[in-house]
Design a protein around this ligand. Structure first.
Ligand SMILES: [Zn+2]
Length: 259
């Protein structure tokens, strides 16, 4: 990939709208191109400043009153008054919500990427890929490619897509429900990711090869998210989520005891 293509893809990547394959190609370019990394950091700085420093203004009471009066007048004359106003508002709220998620995912992404890039260690690279994959999935429409709460559906879905399908177990009874799975990338390897939900937390379990795995029990924190390693049957795995320590420890224990 050249810098021209990279510069065209960077805004999409930053907004979490770039597909995984293109994201990997762009990340490979970013690894070797300080200029394009600077552009990415610039985007993040701009976003942070807009969020933290841009001034906000409440509408003057006079304007509010006029809008209220106008809405009331329209509602009185329209045949289906509520429908007229509900639709745009609902759509606006959906849009606003998607922006909030983008901001949250994007603002934590770049600083962590820089830290890992500076360290340049192979294990940091794994952690970087795991965090990046998690945040990219959170920013996407859906964090999984197969949606299922049934372990007997998720495991076969992986078979044929990757060399070794992971052990898949549901822990809904213990409060950690299997939600689905996807294929993600760690380094150049395609790896299975099991997705669980605990309350409003999304938990990714990246099932790694023996070579890629960080030491067991390793814990890395980045911007409020935690990655911790565990053995899933005979395969090393990295858990990443924004759960609290107690909940995470409980989930690590559950996964560690999985067959
Ligand atoms: Zn470049």
């Amino acid at each position: 990939m050249d810098c021209k293509t990279a510069s065209e893809l960077l805004p999409l990547y930053f907004d979490g709208e770039l597909d995984r394959v293109s994201s990997r190609e762009l990340e490979a370019h970013l690894d070797g191109c300080a200029d394009c990394r600077d552009v990415l950091v610039g985007l993040d700085t701009l976003r942070t400043r807009l969020r933290d420093e841009a001034s906000r203004h409440a509408a003057p009471e006079l304007l509010r009153a006029r809008i209220r009066k106008d809405l009331a007048a329209r509602a009185a004359t329209a045949a289906t008054p509520t429908a007229t106003f509900r639709m745009p508002r609902a759509r606006w709220l959906a849009l606003a919500a998607s922006w909030v998620i983008m901001f949250a995912a994007g603002s934590v992404f770049v600083p962590a990427w820089n830290q890992a890039g500076a360290a340049g260690d192979a294990r940091d690279q794994v952690a970087r890929d795991v965090f990046a994959g998690h945040w990219r999935a959170l920013a996407a429409n859906s964090p999984y490619d197969v949606v299922s709460t049934d372990q007997h559906t998720v495991k076969p879905w992986f078979e044929g897509k990757i060399a070794v399908a992971p052990a898949v177990q549901d822990f809904a009874a213990q409060g950690f429900a299997l939600a689905g799975g996807r294929i993600d990338y760690v380094g150049s390897a395609r790896v299975p990711v099991l997705v669980y939900r605990h309350g409003h937390h999304v938990i990714d379990v990246f099932v790694l090869s023996q070579n890629d795995a960080p030491p067991q029990g390793k814990r890395i924190e980045s911007q409020g998210y935690v990655m911790e390693t565990v053995m899933l049957g005979s395969q090393p795995a990295a858990i990443v989520s924004d759960m609290g320590d107690v909940e995470l420890a409980r989930f690590v224990q559950l996964l560690g005891s999985a067959r």
